[in-house]
Design a protein around this ligand. Sequence first.
Ligand SMILES: [Zn+2]
Length: 276
Amino acid sequence: MITKKLLIACLLIVLLPFALSGQTKNPEDINNWKGKTIMYFSPHPDDETASIGTLAKLAANGNKIYVVLYTTGNKGSRDLTMTSERLAQIRKKEDKESLKAIGIPPENMIWLGYDDGMLEYVPEKELCEKVCKLIRKYRPDVVFSYDPGSDWMQWHKTDHRMAAFVTLDGARAAAYHLYFPYHRIYEGLQPYTVTDYFFYGSREPNYKVDITDFVQLKIEAVSKHTSQFGSGNFKYVGPEMDEESIERIRKRAYRGREDDGRVYEKFRRLRESMSF
Ligand SMILES: [Zn+2]
């Protein structure tokens, strides 16, 4: 009898700290991430909306998120009175507001400043080096990117397809010191290998994130993009989005609802190093 009591006491001593600290949870599960560094590569200042419920959850759980914007989005308007310069300013403000709504501060946004629709015509080596340097500097646990495809190239519209490939190329280069060696020699940036990728806009999703508790926040964040989603794309009259356009965003946000009543965002997750 004493032995049995002793055994139970021993088990409690061993298991209780794990139960209390949550260490029995699977650390690979995105719902358990805390204190991670995440880099999200976005061709335009609204492509984060594809994953904004997931980003909201990660921010709420205490992860640090950096968003890299390849272009200014300065062509995406059908309003004939709009200019590229004005649109770039409007979209920067919209994206800042959108990310602020989910807890990502403006200082975590990295603007590369390329022209909308022209990313294909920027020298690839230049883009590859910029990504490589950012990866070496911020050393992310996870990289989010448009999906370049697994066995076959996935087609995307302009800027999205370039971003999909060059993000991966840059991340791969970051692992080897002989690519852009002056990063290390002159700036002290050491090689770094990314080992966890989340590809959004994927036709081969293998991982879903429950964003049910963040759908309202998603609607709020997406609704900041007045110049893009809704009547503001045809006639921009100010930063406030009209109710009809917000209603359409609301409906779209719930498209990810499944039979279990939960709402999901889907990704292709690749848990391996691309350094080969
Ligand atoms: Zn885009």
